[in-house]
Design a protein around this ligand. Sequence first.
Ligand SMILES: [Cu+2]
Length: 493
Amino acid sequence: MKRRVFLLGSAALVAGGGYVWFRQSSVDAAALSGRPRLKMPALLDTTKSGRFGLSTNTGQTDFGGGRTGTTAGYNQSYLGPVLKLRSGSVQASVENRLKMPVSSHWHGILVPGEVDGGPHQAIEPGGQWQPELPIDQPPCTAWYHTHIHGATATGVYAGLAGGIVVSDGRDQARGLPSTYGVDDLFLILQDKRFSADGRMVYSGDMMSRMHGFTGDTMLVNGQVGSVTAVPKSIVRLRLLNASNARIFRLALHDGRPMHLIATDGGYLPAPAAIEELRLSPGERAEVLVDFSTAETAMLVSKPDPNAGMGGMMGRMQNLISRLGSDFEVVAFATDERLEGKISAIPDQLGGAIPDLRKLQVAKQRHFSLDMGMGGGMMGGGMMGGEMAINGKAFAERTINLRANLGTVEKWTVSASMLAHPFHIHGVAFEVLSENGNPPRPENRGWKDTVLVNQELELLVRFNRPAPDTAPFMYHCHILEHEDAGMMGQFVVG
Ligand SMILES: [Cu+2]
């Protein structure tokens, strides 16, 4: 069945843009054959050595397609290697060769506050940080990125981010594709803006501060206009949204299903066939796609719901953006030389079903994600586009709440005006309800980041400690909002 091309009202105004192209039920193989092949990030496998080293660098990056930029990365000029971690103690070393402070937050890795890599673990220029990471969690896809308050948006945009795979080495027994770079692919999705002469640009203008910065060009693993070679088999895509602000609504161009196998914290009990996957900044999802049925395929995205429905400014932004209507995220072409080992979607995955409902709720809390209007329309001290949670902008010396180690709390998180991806450090949570309904498939399982469009109820499990000197953060993962103060911090003890 052909996928319905779904257009927002305003998108009709950008006809002549790319969307008509995606009505095609097949992707032209000849058109893809001239493109450069997508490269996977280098894999830094720590499962034998139990250690890894990262160092921040800056450099000039050629993204392909005539696009270049002055960028930063870990161990390279843009982004960083994918770290493969196993359970047990892992010795990390992060060296900062940049002229500004950076950090390395292990987003989705459940470790104590002192080694979480948040704003309190800044690494000064020339400095080195050597945390020991006690890895103890189910297999999952996670990531790392700089997290300096006020400089996270520009740091991640420059390239200070990389992927993480937590593995228990048992994916073959699960019947899952597990050959990295062949049938187990890591795809880092980002959007960027480029000047007329192809240089990467960033803007902290009013619209970007309000809505978050969105780009006009798609990058996958730091590459523009590439094609991903896949075997004619079942392939696993580890999808990471490392954009500053863009929310993806992903689908295969021909309506073939994606089989969702894992969300942020790891495997679901069984695969769930879905047609659309919503992935907001900071979130990860693993899907299986069957590439045996056709030689080519295209992962596309519908417009960002924040840009399309976020009022007049979002609509204007849509009109000037080439990513305003349905757009290509990543193209695939089968390659006979690649050997895929998996030809069927497994029935079961063995992911533990979080059932926090059986546990006693120690405390109930409410969080309101607040946006100050530029003109001070909201009053209450949130002038000039300041962002806040429960009316309070982030303050480095304020502990906003205290939780007890080993307890479960019910957090109700609400948002108005825009949808905000809400991330909590150092915990895994279960989405209890989403706008009064059961959570959508991609919000099931263990989560650490979730898009809040109206009101979500979360059951949050606190089982990692964080002292007053190294509290955990909770914040909006639209990085411009986070930098502007939509963040709080908590201790667990
Ligand atoms: Cu936000």
